[in-house]
Design a protein around this ligand. Structure first.
Ligand SMILES: Nc1ncnc2c1ncn2[C@@H]1O[C@H](COP(=O)(O)OP(=O)(O)OP(=O)(O)O)[C@@H](O)[C@H]1O
Length: 348
């Protein structure tokens, strides 16, 4: 026998994927009807945001839950949660920065250790999203190891408008970095609270304008700055960069675990330096081993967004940007594919 009460109870425990509260609390179960003779259950759910991967994930959870509890067939309809309820949860979940930049999707790029190409991936994904017509900001949150302006060939400094800092624009991406605020290549010798304050200033005192995405190049590992970013942006999503070596993937899993523990959705894993392909023979050599990205994605219950081979960008002297791959470069294509996946996963 199909128990309607049990079904409501079980579905009620599933969380609205956007506001991260159980449907029982949000009043998300609008209807649940059981047709005993046909062993059919139909539900109408109200969720914070229609469409995209989050809705598909919830749909799958609902079907699984109902089928493991006796339903043979399941019908699901979705509608948008009413504005008042939505506002209540939105206000609660978002931090002051997120409320200020409420239409922006924040994505942090993290890695377990240095040198795996996290900054290279950050700058190229930002540029790829801009090439696809998105309005993109990039925060170089790698405060001690800032490299974004150099990688993108930024030579200007930000402007000042009233009390606000105007980010530098390069390849259609608005960029802010610690590099702009320290003497030429001077070391950053700040500690703890000042670092968090700086990250906060990157949002509070920068005139970003209307944006679809802000990407953040996090420092490697799971230190204070990475934790600060997770706190300042509780709704931000995450991409983890690793090389294919099992050890690198193992270390990267810690960065992933940090995101999950602090309730941040992981959009996926990017495997960098996956192989070297000989231009002469087309043979692939797996210089740094194989399989790390896929294994990490599996461990973090997310997808492998792409695999980037070893290759240098080809820049022309007139527009020097040492780490940006051209649109027609093999890696430029792969970055574009990853950017497309990000757009569809974030429903922008
Ligand atoms: N796919 C690639 N092919 C060739 N070189 C690459 C590739 N990806 C990154 N590199 C190079 O590897 C080096 C390290 O990359 P990058 O600075 O992006 O790493 P990172 O993980 O951000 O390091 P850190 O966190 O220490 O700043 C750079 O010299 C970069 O140009």
């Amino acid at each position: 026998m199909l128990s309607k009460e049990l079904m409501i109870e079980l579905i009620g425990q599933l969380k609205d994927p956007v506001i991260n509260h159980p449907l029982k609390e949000t009043g998300g179960i609008k209807e649940l009807t059981v047709k005993e003779e046909k062993e059919h259950v139909s539900v109408k759910l109200a969720i914070a945001k229609l469409g995209g991967q989050p809705q598909l994930d919830l749909q799958q959870q609902v079907v699984e839950t109902l089928k493991t509890n006796g339903a043979k067939t399941v019908g699901i309809r979705f509608e948008e949660l009413d504005a008042a309820t939505l506002e209540q949860y939105r206000g609660e979940a978002a931090s002051p920065v997120e409320r200020k930049l409420e239409n922006v999707e924040f994505i942090s790029i993290a890695s377990g250790k240095g040198g795996v190409g996290k900054s290279t991936v950050s700058v190229n994904l930002a540029v790829a999203l801009a090439r696809l017509g998105k309005r993109v900001g990039l925060v170089d949150a790698d405060i001690y190891g800032f490299s974004v302006p150099d990688m993108m060939g930024v030579t200007e400094r930000p402007g000042i408008k009233g009390q606000m800092i105007v980010p530098v624009e390069r390849f259609g991406v608005k960029v802010i970095s610690m590099a702009f605020f320290v003497e030429e290549n001077a070391p950053v010798i700040w500690r703890g609270p000042m670092l968090g304050k700086m990250i906060n200033n990157f949002f509070e005192e920068v005139q970003w304008g209307e944006l679809d995405y802000i990407l953040l190049d996090l420092p490697p590992g799971t230190g204070d700055v990475a934790l600060d970013v997770h706190t300042i942006l509780p709704k931000s999503k995450e991409i983890i960069v690793t090389t294919p070596h099992p050890t690198a993937a193992f270390v990267a899993a810690r960065a992933g675990a940090m995101a999950l523990q602090t309730d941040h959705e992981i959009l996926g894993v990017v495997e960098n330096m996956s192989y070297f392909e000989s231009k002469e023979t087309g043979n692939r050599e797996y210089v740094f081993g194989q399989g790390g990205g896929a294994k990490l994605a599996e461990e973090l219950h997310t997808e492998l967004l792409g695999q980037l081979p070893l290759a240098q960008p080809e820049w022309d002297e007139a527009d020097f940007a040492p780490s940006i791959y051209d649109e027609n470069h093999e890696l430029g294509y792969i970055y574009q594919e990853i950017a497309e996946k990000i757009i569809s996963k974030t429903n922008r």
